[in-house]
Design a protein. Structure first.
Length: 374
């Protein structure tokens, strides 16, 4: 194990606006370059396992990408009350452009006991594979054990044992992920539409202290016929009023991608969208004649409702369709084109997939609609 000053990189290798991770004797260290010099922190968040250097640097703080715990870069001090303790800060010096970090003798003992860690993993894997109930989980949990999953947090060994012993873990095939730490992966059995999960366990000599659940990507849902329901159509029609303009992407005749925010998109049928493009000669109206394929994204950050949409766009030439789309536009859009010089765009929907929100167990009312599906 190294101790004393250890050369880790060149100063110009540390970005000015983000962290750089280095590893010394199994210790992950995050390096940061501020206006008054270079700093080094232990790169593992003290709230839940995540590398701080994959997060965001703002002024003199770094924010964890997992649960947004923030730390002072100069001192390692935990801010905002999310992380339970500070991260360790290391002394740094720069000589002739080389960056050195000082590791003390105490840092050598930071590595976990691999035998104990493996033994715990074996016990946890056995409990999961056997479909153990709450009573079997309780003995290995610390009294103040915590369980966290997106949108939910449980405190106390009784609550954590009930969660681990519930039905959600029993329908999966479990294995250990070959990575540092104790991470167990539950994959759905074949021919099911269940959602997998990863469970990360943290422990001390008193037992398991924290369990973090990360839901894995859902397998593709069975396709439904292309027919947006009233709730989805209402979200799209009210996107501008709700201050949630939709994103639309297209590719022009030269093959260059374009992305824009659109507040004037509305549903004109359960399988069609319409919008008004102010310019009839450039932009979207000109591009779709060469490449009709477009993609759209609806996102409600408050409820986390998300819909990804793909379809084919065309310019409507008949006056009835032009009038229908123009007159349905919000007044602020019509006020930009009193003379109706722009183009009415009709989008034939090919795929609509997403969900109405995210709950503790994953997506709420997920859908996957495909044109041509019976």
């Amino acid at each position: 194990m190294s101790s004393g000053w250890v050369k880790v990189c060149r100063e110009d290798e540390i970005p000015a606006d983000e962290g750089k991770q280095v590893e010394v004797d199994g210790i992950a260290i995050g390096l940061y370059r501020l206006e008054d010099g270079c700093y080094a922190l232990n790169d593992i968040c003290t709230h839940a396992f995540a590398h701080l250097t994959t997060g965001w640097v703002e002024d003199d703080t770094v924010e964890c990408p997992l649960h947004h715990a923030r730390f002072e870069i100069r001192t390692g001090k935990a801010l905002d009350g999310i992380a339970p303790e500070d991260v360790e800060a290391y002394a740094v010096k720069v000589e002739d452009g080389d960056v050195y970090v000082e590791l003390g003798a105490g840092d050598e003992g930071a590595a976990p006991d691999e035998g104990t860690d493996s033994q715990l993993a074996d016990t946890l894997l056995e409990l999961l594979k056997s479909g153990a109930g709450a009573g079997e989980w309780k003995p290995i949990l610390a009294e103040a054990a915590e369980f966290e999953v997106l949108g939910s947090h449980l405190q106390g060994s009784d609550a954590v044992a009930e969660r681990l012993g519930g039905t959600e873990t029993k329908h999966l095939e479990w294995s250990r992920l070959e990575k540092p730490g104790c991470i167990l992966i539950g994959q759905p059995r074949s021919a099911t539409n269940d959602r997998g999960m990863a469970l990360m366990f943290a422990s001390t000599e008193v037992g398991v202290t924290r369990v973090s659940q990360q839901n894995l990507a859902m397998p593709p849902r069975p396709a439904m016929p292309m027919a947006m329901d009233a709730a989805i159509r209402e979200r799209i029609d009210n996107a501008l009023a709700a201050k949630r303009p939709m994103s639309l992407s297209y590719v022009d005749a030269e093959g260059r991608p374009h992305l824009s925010l659109r507040g004037s998109i509305l549903s004109i049928a359960d399988d069609q969208l319409g919008l008004w493009a102010r310019s009839a000669e450039t932009g979207l109206a000109a591009a779709v004649s060469a490449n009709a394929n477009v993609a759209l994204l609806y996102r409600d950050e408050e409820t986390r409702a998300t819909y990804q949409i793909r379809g084919r766009a065309s310019v409507a030439e008949d006056e009835a369709t032009r009038a229908q789309i123009y007159n349905a536009m919000p007044k602020v859009e019509r006020d930009h084109d009193f003379a109706m010089l722009g183009s009415a765009i009709v989008i034939e929907l090919d795929v609509v997939e997403g969900w109405a929100g995210i709950g503790p167990n994953g997506p709420i009312n997920p859908v996957r609609m495909v044109r041509g599906q019976a």
